[in-house]
Ligand binder design. Structure first.
Ligand code: NDP
Ligand code: GDP
Length: 326
């Protein structure tokens, strides 16, 4: 039975990746950071019904010794480094923490693997935010980076450290440059989930308006359940490499509002208001990925349409609020 070690197991992608790997017969071990609200952590794993099937071990991305100890103890075949301060807007409020967790944390993980179990295959969760102020209409593995937030700068450092450890030490280290991916398990502060939660509240009479920031920005949104398959496929290749994972379609925030509200029979323009508080100091206006390499080499392609994903998210949020109201 192969062993996978996942940092960020309690996040959106960690939960779906755990589900995928358990289904493939892996022993799944995850890094759990100590929290005073232990009963709340693991909510996503619980939602998928797999909390009792994974092993959660205590450590922190900022504590190298804990990571070395865990890698030495568990000797994983595959390491998925998903842990991060992952919210772009928060990275301007906590730039140093973001650097420490999202950037240096990846180096801690690379070091833990190199020191304690160098044969493990390594996946780094890189981000389309690294393209930032885009240098090509469609972004692929050859597109120059131009990060626009402390989060993106930290991710770019982690990306290059992954490439460097591959080239310096011959590690099987791959970097997945994933475009935005969403699901009912997406953090509530991200725009898609904020919108679907808003739709649910308005539909159930709990609210009448939804405050958003820049409605003109566009993103290439896929479903997290599809994207974790690409992570796994990267680590099954004979050689490590970097891959863009995207749908190839870009959609504005306003259009996502239209899709999500109309699924619930609502007109988004009756409810959405803009609020300067949600504007960013520097914006990523457009992202649109070219997933040709992932399709050709990994045989991967996005399976879920934006419309189906938005519908799934709206339904899940309505169900959640109904339970709370009962
Ligand atoms: P989430 O924000 O849902 O999950 C982040 C995870 O990191 C959580 O498990 C969190 O733990 C953990 N974490 C944060 N800080 C620490 C720490 N100091 N020590 C240990 N664990 C920590 O992210 P996603 O699942 O959406 O994304 C997974 C990865 O992919 C992230 O690195 C993200 O930046 C990257 N990414 C995501 C994209 C997306 O669209 N979702 C796009 C491209 C890249 P806790 O539950 O305790 O908070
Ligand atoms: P990101 O691409 O990782 O920053 O993902 P987000 O979901 O946080 O943001 C996607 C886009 O939505 C960005 O261009 C934001 O400026 C825009 N946006 C507009 N209004 C909001 C809002 O209220 N919350 C968030 N999170 N983003 C918003």
């Amino acid at each position: 039975m192969p062993t996978a070690f996942i940092t960020g197991i309690t996040g959106q992608d960690g939960a779906y990746l755990s589900q995928l790997l358990l289904g493939k017969g892996y022993r799944v071990v995850g890094l759990l950071r100590r929290s005073a609200s232990a009963d709340m952590v693991g909510e996503r794993l619980r939602w998928l019904g797999i909390i009792d099937d994974v092993e959660l071990l205590d450590g922190n991305m900022t504590d190298l010794s804990s990571l070395i100890r865990l890698i030495a103890d568990t000797r994983p075949d595959e390491v998925y480094n998903l842990a991060a301060q992952s919210f772009v807007a928060a990275s301007w409020h906590q730039p140093i923490l973001t650097g420490n967790v999202t950037g240096i944390g990846a180096t801690h993980m690379l070091e833990a693997v190199r020191i304690a179990h160098a044969g493990a295959r390594f996946y780094q969760a890189s981000s389309s935010e690294m393209f930032g102020k885009i240098q090509a209409t469609l972004q692929n593995e050859a597109t120059p980076f131009y990060p626009r937030s402390p989060y993106a700068v930290a991710k770019l450092y982690a990306h290059w450290m992954t490439v460097n450890y591959r080239e310096s030490f011959g590690m099987h280290a791959s970097s997945g440059i994933l475009f935005n991916h969403e699901s009912p398990l997406r953090g509530i502060e991200f725009v898609t989930r904020k919108i679907t939660d808003g739709v649910a509240r308005i539909k159930l009479g709990l609210a009448s308006e939804l405050k958003l920031g820049n409605l003109a920005a566009t993103r290439d949104w896929g479903h997290a359940r599809d994207y974790v398959q690409a992570m796994w496929l990267m680590l099954q290749q004979a050689s490590p490499d970097d891959y863009v994972v995207a749908t190839g379609r870009t959609t504005s925030i306003a259009e996502f509002c239209r899709i999500a509200f109309s699924h619930a029979g609502l007109n988004w323009q009756d409810h959405v208001v803009t609020d300067a508080a949600f504007m960013r100091p520097a914006e990523v206006d457009v992202l649109q990925g070219d997933p040709t390499k992932a399709r050709q080499v990994l045989g991967w392609s996005s399976q879920t349409s934006l419309e189906d994903m938005a519908a799934e998210m709206v339904e899940a949020d309505i169900a959640r609020h109904r339970v709370r109201m009962a």
